[in-house]
Design a protein around this ligand. Structure first.
Ligand SMILES: Cc1cc2nc3c(=O)[nH]c(=O)nc-3n(C[C@H](O)[C@H](O)[C@H](O)COP(=O)(O)O)c2cc1C
Length: 190
């Protein structure tokens, strides 16, 4: 199984990194994990020129090209991110915008793509009722652009200090259960 794991925070070793590492800890050694850290990549922002709608190719030739290839070849894609102003941190959002080329290839140029499955992990500091609405929608539509079916999310409110989610054993257990179900549903006891 090809797994693409997107680390959405610019803070290394923070809550969303911990969550993704725990999520990935159930992966079997025979599976391949490709880690993508948007804040450490060098790429241009989508300029909305629409060239990709006609050509299926982005005008920018940068690190997003490799990311796009990984996404197309994946069987499972996971995003883990903190909430920044009720949305994704800017580098992750910029990466998502650049996936418009994949959306164009799928919907306008009618390219066939293999089916994948996607999952979201997210964490925020406050208790806002709608805290995760934005990132859930962004994830659904990002995934759909490369034929990746949204499978669900695990989200936590009230975590702010670096890596403090490690102290919430119930959270870590919930993440492990969700991962088992996402990667190996056939082994999950219902
Ligand atoms: C620029 C910025 C914006 C933030 N905006 C929100 C917000 O709108 N709502 C919220 O609950 N937390 C917000 N937070 C808090 C983070 O979501 C929280 O600290 C999270 O645990 C950080 O995860 P990380 O350690 O993976 O980076 C914000 C933090 C930063 C740095």
């Amino acid at each position: 199984m090809n797994i693409v794991a997107i680390y959405g925070s610019p803070r290394r070793g923070g809550n969303s990194d911990v969550m993704l590492d725990v999520f990935l800890s159930s992966v079997q050694p025979t599976d391949t994990i490709i880690k993508i850290i948007p804040s450490e990549l060098s790429f241009s922002q989508c300029r909305g020129c629409r060239v990709c709608e006609k050509t299926g190719v982005c005008v920018f030739d940068d690190e997003i090209k490799t990311v796009s290839n990984h996404l197309l070849q994946a069987d499972r894609v996971i995003i883990s991110a903190p909430i920044f102003f009720y949305g994704f941190p800017s580098a992750l959002k910029a990466l998502i915008d650049r996936s418009q080329v994949l959306w164009s290839r799928k919907y306008l140029l009618k390219e066939g793509m293999k089916l994948k499955k996607g999952f979201l992990l997210a964490v925020g500091a406050t208790q806002g009722k709608k805290l995760f609405d934005g990132v859930i929608l962004s994830s659904r539509f990002f995934f759909d652009g490369f034929h990746c079916k949204y499978q669900g999310e695990v989200v936590f409110r009230g975590f702010d200090k670096k890596a403090e989610i490690k102290n919430c054993l119930a959270c870590l257990e919930e993440i492990q259960k969700a991962a088992q179900n996402f990667f190996y549903p056939e082994n999950t006891i219902k």
